[in-house]
Design a protein around this ligand. Structure first.
Ligand SMILES: [Zn+2]
Ligand SMILES: [Zn+2]
Ligand SMILES: [Zn+2]
Length: 182
């Protein structure tokens, strides 16, 4: 036998097809109020609902929201005024250098001093560097932290708490039970 709440949740799930969490909300409000976590748990235990791990998602350690955006900062001063500088490879001399103005503006190889024609096939891109406009340092990769849209805090990714986020769907047994009771 199902409780009224469980029955209501099963019926609503049957209409819905698949129940996915609203990741813009905090964990307590992932699912509409019809789908109380305890009812989803007991329906799953009874085999009427199938639960699937949809994500292993990082949550904000401060407020538990999943609304996190990775944000890069300078490893030295932590500011965000960063630009990307292409790295170029001069094939004849194996020189690697950065080109803050872009590949089109390079007229001479800084290593071997030879002239470089526009559209030269002897020059190729070889990754990128980053430049901080605040402290004027160059570095390979920005430090990535997670910005939380809910509480507006930043946290390092390793401080985020990972947890399973589930989707739910009605099983054949669940459909049969609804059919029998209508
Ligand atoms: Zn800096
Ligand atoms: Zn060169
Ligand atoms: Zn937060």
């Amino acid at each position: 036998m199902l409780t009224t709440q469980e029955y209501r949740a099963l019926d609503a799930l049957s209409d819905l097809g698949v129940l996915v969490p609203d990741l813009k909300k905090t964990a307590a409000d992932f699912y509409p109020v019809t789908f109380r976590p305890q009812d989803l748990d007991s329906l799953t235990a009874k085999g009427l609902v199938a639960r699937k791990a949809m994500m292993f998602a990082p949550a904000c350690p401060n407020c538990t929201a999943l609304m996190l955006t990775p944000n890069g900062s300078c490893p030295t001063c932590r500011e965000h005024s960063l630009t990307t500088i292409p790295l170029l490879h001069h094939i004849p001399c194996a020189g690697i250098f950065d080109a803050p103005e872009g590949i089109e503006q390079v007229e001479q190889c800084p290593k071997c001093r030879s002239q470089i024609q526009p559209d030269s096939e002897l020059l190729e891109t070889a990754g990128e560097m980053h430049y901080c406009q605040t402290c004027e340092t160059r570095f390979p990769d920005p430090v990535i932290s997670m910005y939380c849209h809910q509480c507006k805090n930043h946290c390092p990714l390793h401080d985020a708490r990972f947890s399973q986020v589930h989707s739910y769907a009605i099983t054949e047994a669940g459909k049969n039970l609804l059919k029998r009771s209508t």
